[in-house]
Design a protein around this ligand. Structure first.
Ligand code: AMP
Ligand code: ZN
Ligand code: FE
Ligand code: FE
Length: 303
């Protein structure tokens, strides 16, 4: 059993990379990938801690990219999370150059979001307040902004609970929210082309969240089929089918659709520590996630 989708406090998780390794050992996993959003700053600690206990460790990143080939019904660009595995830590590589660029854009987006919230009455909020509340400043995102909103303005959004956090995304920060700011991310194709031949393997994260505009289980396969059919030619080898927050029957259907498209069904829990209540590392939300070891062997073979 393995887990190929996990966040640390170097992005919007709450646990250190070392602690994630401990949790993986406790869960009897044979391999773990650290996939923080848009940065690799936690990888050194992760690789060291994993080597100490003999856990197989894969360096990954969860990239926020755009997919202009499948625009949203309202015409806006589609934002898609793509997992990158076996990434290079070389700062001068095309991969790290692009990711650095993306972090600059992320910061500009965060500042604009906060400015819009201040104008909407969140007057105690400012960029430094968000930074100081984060465990680390490496890859701040909307989850950190939501945390600061609940702490500084409980009279507007309620105190820190899972329900209030979700309402903040629905009303304010989510793609339908009042202050939503689109990022200028590279497209999937730009990214895979720029890093072709580098041994990095890409897999589309939680495809049901990225590519579907309604969540009707009946249409899962028909909604995703056109997307899956394009991925191989665009340099993407996998699709996250064993996703820890999907029910087992839906996971099984996604695995089949992914295999039918000639792609590798990857998987993971999307663990964020206390920032996603109820998700267990390796075992997901319902506790019955099992990502087979062979998936990692297939990813290695795809390098
Ligand atoms: P960012 O990387 O700053 O764009 O934030 C992305 C993160 O925000 C995701 O990984 C989710 O944890 C969270 N998020 C984004 N949209 C929503 C939403 N509509 N509802 C709940 N959480 C969301
Ligand atoms: Zn996250
Ligand atoms: Fe994601
Ligand atoms: Fe994630």
């Amino acid at each position: 059993m393995i887990d190929l989708h996990v966040h640390s406090a170097y992005s919007d998780g709450t646990e250190s990379p070392r602690r994630l390794v401990e949790l993986a050992v406790a869960a009897k996993l044979s391999a773990l990938a650290l996939t923080d959003h848009d940065n690799t700053n936690g990888q050194a600690e992760f690789l060291t801690a994993a080597a100490e206990v003999g856990l197989r460790a894969i360096s990954g990143v969860e990239l926020s990219l755009r997919d202009p080939r499948f625009p949203r019904p309202d015409g806006r660009d589609r934002s898609v999370h793509v997992l990158a595995y076996f990434v290079t830590l070389d700062e001068e590589s095309p991969f790290q150059r692009l990711v650095r660029e993306m972090r600059r854009d992320r910061e500009a987006r965060n500042r604009e979001l906060i400015a819009r919230l201040v104008a909407e009455g969140f007057t105690r909020l400012n960029y430094d307040e968000v930074v100081s509340r984060a465990e680390r400043p490496d890859s701040l995102g909307r989850p950190h902004i939501a945390n600061a909103m609940m702490e500084l303005h409980p009279e507007l959004v309620g105190d820190a609970t899972t329900e209030h956090r979700q309402r903040i995304f629905d009303e304010w920060l989510g793609s339908e929210g009042r202050v939503y700011v689109e990022r200028q991310s590279p497209s999937i194709d730009t990214f895979t082309r720029a890093t072709a031949g580098s041994g990095i393997v890409y897999s589309v994260a939680h495809p049901h969240l990225n590519y579907r505009d309604r969540s009707d289980a009946a249409t899962l396969e028909t909604d995703l089929a056109p997307v899956l059919a394009t991925l191989a030619e665009r340099g993407v080898r996998g699709v996250e089918s064993y996703y820890g927050s999907l029910s087992e029957p839906l996971r099984r259907r996604l695995v089949k659709a992914t295999r039918d498209a000639g792609l590798i069904p990857t998987g993971g829990s999307d663990f964020h520590g206390a920032n996603r209540v109820g998700i267990e590392l390796g075992r997901g939300l319902s506790g019955d996630l099992r990502v087979p070891d062979e998936i990692l062997d297939e990813l290695i073979a795809a390098r």
